[in-house]
Design a protein. Structure first.
Length: 223
């Protein structure tokens, strides 16, 4: 809004100066109009450069920068409509200002003024950001740590970090799993008895005694 008010006032001043110069030197009307318009455009571009530099310094990451295109578009619309309406009101009491009707001032001339504010402003913003990105200022200590707390992707990057909540939880889970596996290996194994262990043992009858009796019976008796 501030940009729109400033350039609305600047455009009214340009038109007042233009009317005074044309009334004094009517043959140079075209030259005066072009020079005054260039001065106005240069002033817009300079503000755009400062805007772009300030935004790039405050936000080194291009994805975090402000949407200055919409800011300058609104500034151009405000400047165009206000300057047209004010110029028309001045023309009612001062004939030195060259204006059309009220509808023409708040539509056609307002669109022209908005274009003269928006395009140089965006070009200046782009140049300002480019100058900062080409020669970035040195980073201060603690900047990376402060931004890491608000980083959306810090949780994803935490998987690769040596410490963090997610790796620590995974390590604890792995430790518990390893402890359970070790306990299972150290526990005594259960012995399962088969049917063969309960079968009664078969009695073995030796036949050597019978053979000895036969041998004793066959020996001759002594008188």
């Amino acid at each position: 809004m501030l940009r729109g008010l400033v350039y609305a006032a600047a455009m009214v001043v340009v038109r007042l100066v233009q009317g005074a110069l044309i009334n004094a030197w009517q043959t140079q009307a075209g030259l005066f109009s072009v020079v005054l318009l260039l001065v106005f455009i240069i002033g817009v571009a300079v503000w755009g450069v400062f805007d772009g530099r300030a935004d790039a310094i405050a936000n080194p990451d291009p994805d975090r920068r402000r949407d200055l295109a919409m800011t300058w578009l609104l500034a151009g619309l405000v400047a165009g409509i206000l300057s047209g309406a004010v110029s028309w009101l001045i023309s009612l009491v001062y004939n030195g200002v060259y204006t059309g009707g009220l509808i023409n001032e708040v539509t056609t001339f307002a669109a022209f003024t908005a274009l003269c504010v928006f395009l140089p402003g965006i070009i200046g913003v782009t140049v300002g950001r480019w100058r900062v990105d080409r020669n970035p200022p040195p980073r201060q200590k603690g900047t990376d740590d402060e931004r890491a707390d608000t980083d959306v992707f810090s949780a994803v990057r935490g998987d690769d970090a040596p410490t963090g909540e997610i790796p620590a939880a995974g390590a604890q889970h792995e430790e518990r799993t390893a402890s359970v596996a070790t306990a299972e290996r150290d526990a005594p194994t259960e012995t399962i008895h088969t049917a063969a262990d309960h079968e009664p043992k078969t009695e073995v009858i030796r036949t050597d005694a019978g053979d000895d009796a036969t041998q004793l019976g066959g020996a001759p008796k002594k008188d």
